[in-house]
Design a protein around this ligand. Sequence first.
Ligand code: ADP
Ligand code: MG
Length: 759
Amino acid sequence: MKKSKPASRSHTSDQSKGIDTPIQFCPGVGPKRGQLFRKLGVETIRDLLWLLPRGYEDFHTVTPAAGLCPGEVATVLGTVQRVSERRPYSRGKVRHILRAEIDDQTGSLLAVWFNQPFLTSTVRTGARLRLHGKVELYDHMIQLTSPKVQSADDEDDNTQGLAPLYPLCEGLRQGNVRKAVQNALDRYGSFCVEFLPDTILQHNRFPSRFETFRILHAPKPGEGAPSDIPISEESLLQSIDGREVIQPFLLRSNESESLWERARKRLVYEEFLLHQFIFCRYRGRVKREPGIAHPLPVPDPLATDTTVSLSASGPQEWPAVFLRNLPFQLTPSQREVCRELQEDLHNPSPMNRLLQGDVGSGKTVVSVYAMLVAAAGGRQAALMAPTEILARQHAANIQRMTETLPGLNSVLLTGGAKTAERREALSLIDSGASQIVIGTHALFQESVTFHNLGMVVVDEQHKFGVSQRQRLIDKGLHPDLLVSTATPIPRTLSLTWYGDMDVSTIRDLPPGRPPLITRWTTWENGTKLWKFVDEKIEEGQQAYVVCPIIEPSENMPQLPSTEQAFDALSKTFLPHRRVEILHGRHSTEVKTDLMSRMREGAVDVVVATTVIEVGVDLPNATMMVVLGAERFGLAQLHQLRGRVGRGTKKSYCVLITHNRIPPFAQDRMRILERTRDGFEIAEEDCRMRGPGEYFGTRQTGHLNFRLADPIHDSDLLKDANLAATALYEDDPDLTRPQHSLLKEEIRLAYGRHDFNRPS
Ligand code: ADP
Ligand code: MG
């Protein structure tokens, strides 16, 4: 009696935590196995319920023993007649052999297992078993070799059907997980409280929360669980490598409206709903912050019918004169985006906007226009670029584009600035004498103070961390923020990825873009290729040659390096041309110097790693040769080739790979040959790699869905987005009693901090 007391006490304390009870308290788990579950990312009962099967085994469709055919996979339901155990004395691999003779009404068969001594407790004489495995012929007898076993003793007919297949780790067997999940459902099921509002449940015909987990873990026959997807044992073990434990539940039922499918959809929807609600709150909060209402330029520079003089008489005319003096017309989408930005700037709440557009779509002009609107209204605007080369290029372009604007002053601040230069720049920024400030990371250093920073542009924003961006923003008082990216967000993803921002998109490329021809070839065609490059150089054009690594690698001798390529080109293929080398180990000065000599036409070929930044704009570079192209991702290759085809001449991108590369790499090459549309490529890339890998680490918000997949479940995402928006409008802080459980669920998923600040 005494002994049972502590046990019962721990029992009550574990129950009080409901489904957040630590995993070791789950009946059938205990401290030792608890450690194994932790390896699978399962800390609590809740996590265990979320440890969804990767598939199901059909133990349900039974074949009579008399009807078994060798070679097929079948399930047999029968009674054990005889059991024999043997422990061969040998140093071989087989230490234990268990044999059983099984009968059903129609006949008998043998079953045999190697090295699974633990099965002796299940495979007992007289036990009724379900056996599932491959049928073989052995000594003229039908035999199942190492079949899966399930006890059928306490089955009421047909209740047991599909057996879930869980991810496993060393030491944890399928049976252990099944038992634990079953116990968790039995014991903690009542703690799975419903938190979705009734209207949502009914409208979508979702099963209740408990029923959802029950259906996914223990589907009954006829509920539509997919059991025909082959799942290998290794894949169950492989699916868990450290971090990426709970992978998307990729199964999908064919019967789209089956109970099982509704249960799956419910979990996906749940994840989307919570996530979208957080975004609604975030956006709502930003909108309510006091921001700057920049005055609109008058007359409206974007109106097509206004006539503007060639020179400005005052700051309010800067944006209009700027547009007027551009050597080209804005494309329709540039114009549209300029209008969006202008309206956002004028709006008193802070702008929080993403500008996306393919490489070369002309994002810079649009950003500069917005900065000029801010400057015309008497504020400073800052443009931050990820590298010194880009910052210099922007500064030079802006200087050129704004020459004709009297009173407008721009300044460049980078880490490489000399002391005197730097002191001068700092004072121009601090006094407000420079309305436009361009720079690198140097911009958010402590020593920089702005006179009245009213707008921030972050170019190629994924190169900056959120906190770096924030440090620059904090130098103003709720300045408007525009971040730009040349990695387009597939439409299907923008709700989840940038749901916390407004998005402007430049869809069309400027007219008169020269054709860019992309060809994929292998090493064998090298000689021909360099001859072609030589001819183009003769015509006065320039080439980039990109390699995946700097120096030859011992481990991967086939990988082309810049050193090898440089040697081969300067000695063998193009000895009479001016070939130079550039990589990440070179200093900024060397890089900048090379870029400017390239611009002057003093260099013919640059052999480089991927250091030639996105956005570098050298119109005379018409050729890009990527060696070892299979080593680069789709989006990356697309970015790389964006560095050519920027001038007026026909351009070429040649992708060189080994002659034997895996099919997925071949697909990448073919997609690049086929299309130049960055949005299409983004969709493909996302589809091929999955959204997580496509973007690398997430920078704002959260995107650690356990099950939801924004691409495949985009309809659910749209529904959840609408529902979240409605919910937010109705009850932004979720203070209504019927929303309290939902609020708790959001807190659990996204941390407390979000509800601390009032919405
Ligand atoms: P990205 O979007 O990659 O930053 P940029 O802003 O650098 O592209 O623009 C690429 C090139 O296209 C620049 O040389 C720019 O002057 C030019 N450009 C931008 N808009 C237009 C347009 N509407 N018509 C013609 N050329 C344009
Ligand atoms: Mg750019």
